[in-house]
Write a protein that binds this ligand. Structure first.
Ligand code: ADE
Length: 259
């Protein structure tokens, strides 16, 4: 008999899973088969289930869409078809799976939400095409709408891939050095400081001297200050939030950020 160590969280019995509903199953795994996410997929650190919506379409032509009631351009994905495909895609998924409809109307995906999704057993991702999905199936299945930004894609598939990629790199065992996450942009509420590598002198452009000093305390301070300056310059909204969370005020308003 194996005894459980006290205070040791038991590893999840199933890897994190993305169950994707799409009219274009050939788009998966697509770029997710490459690099970090691809290696992690091959190693079984996460899993992917892709459900083709088309076979659940109605009639001989497996029709999945119809014009919107009330008029207007384009077509709407039918609720009966989507519900049948959703039932198949949801089979056997753990209760805490996040059920998501990728849509430009949704809550904006950010690093905090990515972390939250990584802490669950997985996600069910509904990818819409055409004008979108009938509202009744969004309500009935209690789908959370998530957007990856204020622009309109021609379907949810690429948005689903962005979401999956962002989550997968946070899963245990996927990145060689988990400490690296702490330096990622957004992880601590700031943009990441600039990075430099060899050569030290690249056509007269030299690496900041302090990074060559070997003084880890001074390097950490320089990086922290550079992260603040960069965030102030590019994302004053983020800096404001960060200062509030740190209980600080910005005393350098109007100052030029150091390059
Ligand atoms: N589908 C179309 N546009 C989208 C967006 N910006 N985010 C998520 N899903 C989408």
């Amino acid at each position: 008999m194996t005894e459980k160590m006290p205070n040791q969280p038991s590893p999840p019995s199933q890897p994190w899973m993305a169950s994707v509903l799409t009219l274009f199953p050939d788009m998966f795994p697509g770029p997710l088969a490459q690099s970090l996410a691809g290696k992690a997929l091959a190693a079984g650190l996460w899993s992917l289930k892709v459900t083709d919506i088309r076979p659940y379409g109605v009639g001989v032509h497996h029709k999945v869409d119809d014009p919107p009631f009330g008029g207007g351009p384009g077509m709407v994905m039918r609720p009966d078809v989507m519900a049948a495909a959703l039932a198949a895609a949801s089979e056997g998924l753990p209760d805490d799976t996040a059920k998501i409809y990728l849509s430009p109307r949704g809550k904006r995906l950010d690093q905090a939400l990515v972390r939250e999704l990584a802490s669950r057993s997985g996600v069910l991702l509904v990818c819409g095409r055409y004008e979108g999905v009938d509202q009744r199936v969004i309500d009935a299945a209690d789908l959370t709408e998530i957007s990856i930004g204020d622009y309109v894609l021609s379907g949810g598939e690429m948005a689903a891939q962005v979401l999956i990629d962002a989550v997968v790199r946070l899963l245990d065992g996927v990145m060689g050095n988990p400490i690296a996450h702490q330096q990622d942009s957004f992880e601590n509420g700031l943009l990441e400081h600039p990075l430099y590598t060899h050569p030290r002198d690249w056509g007269g452009k030299v690496v900041p001297e302090i990074l060559l000093s070997g003084d880890h305390g001074r390097i950490a301070k320089w990086r922290h200050e550079a992260a603040i300056a960069l965030t102030r310059e590019r994302r004053p909204d983020l800096l404001e939030k960060w200062l509030k969370s740190e209980g600080k005020e910005d005393h350098s308003k109007g100052k030029k950020p150091t390059k």
